[in-house]
Design a protein around this ligand. Structure first.
Ligand code: ZN
Length: 421
């Protein structure tokens, strides 16, 4: 994505600043940083192919085009899974840690939509191309897709085309000069979620959008004018998607000098390098940013013991987060929770003997268990058989750790007093 306006140029700088402050405050290894034993975080993405009203002007719902799209997403997933160590090239002498796998995997869902207005990205009057949370030319369709309970909750990635160049190059055949005639040259953009403003003003959960223009048109040009094989475009777009999703996962731009960095602003370079800080940032954003929670299955866990959140001293958690691992409160430790903690559906919170968990107004629940207020108030109809799984009384035993519930604190399906041997 090219910096086309002032605010956008400034954004990476502001982001870097936030990043520096956060890291100065934490002052230790980021607990969100995965290791090689983790199962990759599986993130659903809707690939929304916008066609003209007659169905032309973009990819078709046929095996050949499905293959192209799948190959393109394979490139995206390979970026995240096969990073190249360029630490010494870009950060010489710092002896930085390196992780060759960002542990992120895109799970695509392809959707075809006939929508002439949306198909033509010349109707996007926001020339910076950023699909802001409101006032974007695809808002109407986006609300429809986001609100459709038959579709998975997923990041919505839109593929549009330049209607005018399509007319000249594909329909009339009056030009073959894609490079000069295309209106939005690198039309690819995403929002960057900002953690501390996530609740306002759009509500806790909102749609997250990404827009990549002219993929099909450029592919048409490469096939028919340059006679290039499809893989060059699969490669180019697959890498662009990884970059744009990087923004949606909380990453700003990195130095222009880091030629092969995934998050370098300018197009080009191999886009095969991420720092461990960037990787940790992505997983942290998936922990802390509610809208991203929607896009990961409730059952998902990192599936590694090293992913568990182990509390071995005294800690207070006052920020709501989703965890993709278990919590273990070690003997002698005290964990106080004042926020809402979402656990994997199969996850466990273990309070060891001699350990204390205090839920001071906090709530611990499985991702797919409705919030406690769903079980309160009116008498539920008999047919619903909804029984609250929440533990509302404090329990304690000689055999187990102590759980103290106060200030309306609640815990879902508690298993207390597991003693590991
Ligand atoms: Zn960018």
């Amino acid at each position: 994505m090219k910096g086309l306006n002032f605010l956008k140029d400034l954004r990476p700088f502001i982001w870097t600043l936030i990043l520096l402050i956060t890291e100065a405050l934490s002052g230790q290894t980021n607990p969100y940083l995965p290791d090689i034993s983790y199962t990759p975080l599986k993130v659903r993405v809707n690939l929304i192919i916008l066609q003209r009203e007659d169905g032309s002007g973009n990819f078709q719902d046929n095996p050949a085009d499905h293959t192209f799209i799948e190959n393109m997403i394979r490139v995206t997933n390979e970026v995240f899974a096969n990073l190249v160590n360029r630490n010494e090239e870009y950060y010489p002498g710092q002896n930085l840690p390196f992780l060759s796998n960002a542990k992120i995997e895109i799970v695509p869902n392809i959707i075809f939509r006939k929508y002439g207005f949306g198909w033509n990205n010349r109707n996007d009057t926001n020339h910076s191309g950023v699909p802001y949370l409101s006032g974007w030319y695809l808002d109407y369709l986006d609300l429809q897709i986001y609100g459709d309970s038959a579709l998975p909750k997923a990041i919505n990635l839109y593929f549009s085309n330049d209607g005018q160049l399509h007319e000249e190059m594909v329909v009339l055949g009056t030009t073959t000069d894609y490079d000069k005639r295309i209106f939005f040259k690198q039309h690819a953009a995403s929002e960057i979620p900002v953690l501390n403003s996530r609740v306002q003003p759009y509500g806790r959960f909102h749609s997250m959008r990404c827009h990549i223009g002219n993929v099909w048109l450029k592919l048409w040009w490469k096939r028919n004018v340059l006679h290039e094989p499809d893989w060059t475009m699969e490669y180019e777009v697959g890498k662009s998607i990884a970059h744009e999703l990087g923004h949606l996962f909380g990453l700003g731009h990195t130095s222009e000098n880091h030629l092969h960095s995934l998050m370098r602003t300018s197009f080009g370079g191999l886009r095969d390098y991420m720092t461990t800080q960037e990787i940790a940032r992505v997983h942290q954003t998936f922990g802390l940013y509610p809208s991203l929670w929607q896009f990961v299955e409730g059952d998902f866990t990192y599936g590694s013991a090293t992913a568990d959140w182990v509390v071995s001293t005294e800690e207070t958690w006052n920020t709501s987060r989703r965890l993709y691992a278990n919590i273990l409160v070690k003997s002698g430790a005290v964990l106080t929770i004042t926020s809402e903690i979402l656990m994997p559906n199969s996850g466990a919170l273990v309070v060891e003997q001699g350990a204390t968990l205090i839920l001071d107004g906090g709530i611990v629940r499985r991702f797919d268990t409705p919030a406690p207020d769903a079980f309160e108030g009116e008498q539920l109809e008999e047919t619903q058989h909804m029984k609250s799984p929440y533990l509302i009384d404090a329990r304690d035993s000689d055999q187990a750790g102590t759980v103290i519930l106060k200030g309306n604190g609640k815990i879902d399906g508690a298993i207390i007093g597991l003693i590991k041997d």
